[in-house]
Write a new protein. Structure first.
Length: 529
């Protein structure tokens, strides 16, 4: 079995190398790219999805590191370098992966202004980091490969303008002489001119090599913004397999790519009697909110029961204990027969014992944040996203956070970084998991991840270190098709505009979006209550 897996991986690598060898690889001469030429090779659907997820992981890490660390700081460089090294988007064959994965995500993030803004910002930050990591020779080679026309000034000219360069840069003559300068049309260096960081003469700005990245970022941003604006998914067409691939791409922007908590029991058996205490010590704020509302009202509406019930399933609450937990509270406002008739079926259903017998997965943070916005009388959702700021401040204070900590969390909330805000609450309560250096993984992607990390912290002596960990789950579901086992291929021509497609679906990953759409109507009788 292991031999077969190794053989498959080797064959896949050889196929990719053949693709790289079979095309003009000028765009792959440098590990930093402007992505001016889309890929034209043919890849399998499996490779298509794999490349998309690889890059999505990197971009989300770029976002998290950028929010939590000052750009350019040592912590920022250390963490981002670690994340990129852990990915497969490194250096000939890997340059090809970098190029293809970028264009795949263009398809996923071209559909709205919000998605385009997010994608551009993360790609800009990734480009800046990569370019600044390169040597002076490598940067010069990048300019040459991309025909940017920025020429370095010679020693004689540098001596002629040395005094002016000293005045504009505020440096000693020796420091100026040791840095390569480029003559750039001043209209392409307006940010540097505006901040008076460069010397301008006869329409040209004299730009030190370290500041070239500012010009390149402006160029890259303009180019990428234009490409995304014209590359909307309605340009793609054709019913059948191509459209199935595109609808899979649509879900990438909201896809959960972390651990699978469908049947994971990280801390052993959990009983109904343990829930009250665990809710105070190890539940994330979203689940604390649901638990408190359930105990106070003896009832939760469908959205709350789904979010909370699947979370409890994910932490290890068995079906029998789940029914006991829900019934003990519901029967404070109704008799047992009514509960059995209207509610027990849905509990058995999401445990895979009724209906299609599907093993439903607990909701990820992305799903909770982006779908099923709570209304009046609802308690599900993400408190950092859906709560009034004043109410959220009260909830944070109720967690025992000091005013300084509350202000820090609210800053993340104000910037729309809800998962980072949740991670900061965790750190303020439990302490940093990485000894002071922020760990990207601590920016939670899943409520069950929060619970697991908290429980491990508080019950180290009770956790068997030999307990096997669940595999990392990507949760990508191939489109259903009778010929799924065939060697399906997808042509990556991302600039195709000769076909039109039906309105793009906004549904997320099938695993994420399955909310009992096929349940009997009797299951939802209480929704009118």
């Amino acid at each position: 079995m292991d031999f077969d897996r190794r053989r498959t991986a080797t064959l896949r690598t050889k196929r990719i190398q053949q693709k790289v060898n079979g095309i003009d690889t000028n765009i792959f001469e440098h590990c930093v790219q402007l992505y001016t030429l889309p890929p034209t090779s043919t890849i399998s659907l499996e490779e298509f999805e794999e490349l998309a997820v690889e890059r999505l992981k990197v971009l989300r890490a770029v976002e998290t590191v950028g929010v939590r660390c000052s750009r350019g700081s040592q912590d920022y460089k250390t963490l981002l370098e670690k994340e990129i090294k852990n990915s497969k988007l490194k250096r000939s064959i890997l340059k090809w992966r970098d190029n293809v994965s970028h264009f795949i995500l263009r398809l996923a993030y071209c559909r709205s202004e919000e998605l385009r803004r997010w994608f551009i910002q993360q790609e800009i930050d990734l480009f800046r980091f990569r370019f600044q990591q390169e040597s002076a020779e490598s940067r010069a080679r990048f300019l040459e490969i991309n025909n940017l026309g920025y020429k370095p000034i010679d020693t004689e000219e540098q001596k002629e303008v040395l005094v002016n360069l000293q005045d504009s840069e505020g440096k000693e003559a020796l420091a100026i002489e040791n840095v390569q300068h480029y003559k750039v049309p001043f209209t392409e260096a307006l940010d540097l001119v505006r901040s008076r960081r460069v010397y301008v003469h006869h329409g040209f700005a004299y730009v030190p090599q370290d500041d070239l990245v500012s010009i390149l970022l402006t160029l890259f941003r303009m180019q990428l913004s234009h490409s995304l604006a014209v590359s909307n998914l309605q340009s793609f067409a054709s019913p059948g397999r191509r459209w199935e691939v595109i609808t899979n791409v649509v879900s990438l922007s909201r896809r959960y790519i972390g651990q699978d908590y469908a049947s994971k029991k990280p801390v052993g058996e959990i009983t109904a009697d343990m829930i009250d205490l665990l809710s105070k010590t190890s539940f994330p704020l979203c689940m604390q909110q649901l638990h408190s509302a359930f105990r106070s009202n003896h009832h939760l509406r469908h959205g709350g029961r789904m979010q909370y019930g699947l979370f409890l399933k994910g932490i290890g609450l068995s079906l029998e204990e789940a029914i006991r937990f829900w019934k003990s509270e519901f029967t404070k406002i109704m008799d047992g027969d009514k509960f059995d008739k209207q509610y027990s079926y849905s509990i058995r259903h999401y445990y895979g014992k009724e209906g299609r017998k599907a093993d439903y997965t607990p909701y990820s943070c992305i799903k909770i944040i982006t779908t099923n916005t709570p209304g009046v009388g609802d308690f599900h959702g993400c408190p950092f996203k859906h709560s009034d700021p004043d109410v959220l401040r009260q909830k944070l204070a109720g967690q025992g956070l000091k005013q300084e900590g509350v202000d820090q969390v609210m800053q993340f909330v104000k910037g729309g970084h809800y998962q980072v805000a949740c991670a900061r609450v965790f750190e303020l309560i439990h302490g940093s998991l990485s000894g002071g250096l922020i760990d990207v993984e601590v920016s939670f992607q899943h409520p069950n991840q929060y619970f697991e990390e908290s429980y491990k912290r508080l019950h180290k002596d009770k956790i068997n270190s030999n307990t096997p960990q669940a595999p990392r789950a990507v949760q990508i579901v191939p489109p259903p098709s009778k010929d799924r086992q065939s060697d399906t291929v997808t042509n990556l021509k991302s600039n195709s505009q000769d076909v039109t497609a039906p309105a793009a679906s906004t549904a997320s990953d099938p695993h994420e979006e399955d909310d009992f759409d096929e349940l009997d109507e009797t299951v939802l009788l209480d929704e009118a209550e």
